[in-house]
Ligand binder design. Sequence first.
Ligand SMILES: *Cc1c(COP(=O)(O)O)cnc(C)c1O
Length: 403
Amino acid sequence: MTVHERFGFRKVINARGPATILGAAKVPDDIRKDIYDILGESAEIWELQRRASERIVELTGAEAGCVVNCTSAGMAIATAAVLTGNNPAKIKALPDITWPKKKIIIQKGHVTGAGDCPVWQVIKMTGAEYVEIGEALDCATFHLRAALDDTVAAAFYIMEDTFAPNLLPLETFVSICKEKGVPVICDAAYLTDFKMLAKAGVDMAIYSGQKWLGGCTSGIIAGRKDLVQACYLQEMGIGRPMKAGKECMISIMSSIDYWINRDVDGIKKNQLQLANTIINEIGDIDGVMCEIKESLYSPSVRLHIYIDDTITKIPAWVINDDMGKLDPVIKTDDYYVNNGLIIFDMAYIDEGEDKIIADVLNSYLTGTRKPLARQKEIGSVPQTRQDILYQIFNQWLEGNPRE
Ligand SMILES: *Cc1c(COP(=O)(O)O)cnc(C)c1O
């Protein structure tokens, strides 16, 4: 009996990747085995943290590393660390800050979600004074220079591929902050180049342990030794309700070993084959365009499918929405679905699932499968991502909120 049968939930065909809302990574056997072993043991947490730090240094090239419970927790803890340093009285004082160095600055255009909560929420929960600079689509060097004074504890930089092109590039941002002696904290939850941020001079970078690294719920703060030390000290303060357990440290260490030793070419070749199953079945349909793309934010093969609904008569969002009702449910990277683009990340697609996806897409696009989508209730207007998310979170006890 599978866990799905025993506990009664649908299997997910995951073409999205390690999204937190889909349970994050599909953890490989080797990593699961190590987590299983530690769960039956006791260990001194500081000792696990110290060994994890050595592995994190190897992965990132930073001076030291600390394991946290997840990326958003890491963002709050790194913020707390720049506010308090290693001063225990200050650590115990948060979120009340009685000293002047308490501003955290960020480009307005970087204010995305730390997951599904806004970035400012995890910063402000420390008591920090939160300051946005620039405009939604623009931030100039003069905005940054004008904001950096003695009251700034750190500057935040978010690594994502969805930002406007006229925000400050990382190199410029870091070099101006360095001029003014202000540390840079970087949210790099989805980044797969683990070495570039230490090299770029970022003071603390936060990576996810349960996204591409492939472990259980966990995160990494990698950076300057004094700051990383101050991160761990937050266990005595606001870090306590977001603590990382022994399984997190083992997971991070085991995941790093796994990441460093994985067969990148073999994995990509396999994924390319799975993507081709889909391309072969729907690539020739009128109004459909398939393209394989690489990304700094995924180590895998990503199949972009553009759907021109003036030709197909069925919009991408309706197909995507409907796939959320199937059993097994099919989940995609649907960030751009209202623009007609569905992205299939092949990282977690098992053999056989490629054919299921291909058949399902084909049946919608050729009209042999009729969608049950929300389209019926609300006409042909797509909803925003967060409206859909709210609906799910608000109605989860009532059955399938998409129906
Ligand atoms: C996923 C993500 C987060 C949040 O990660 P959690 O581990 O769910 O807290 C923060 N920032 C970015 C850029 C992310 O992609």
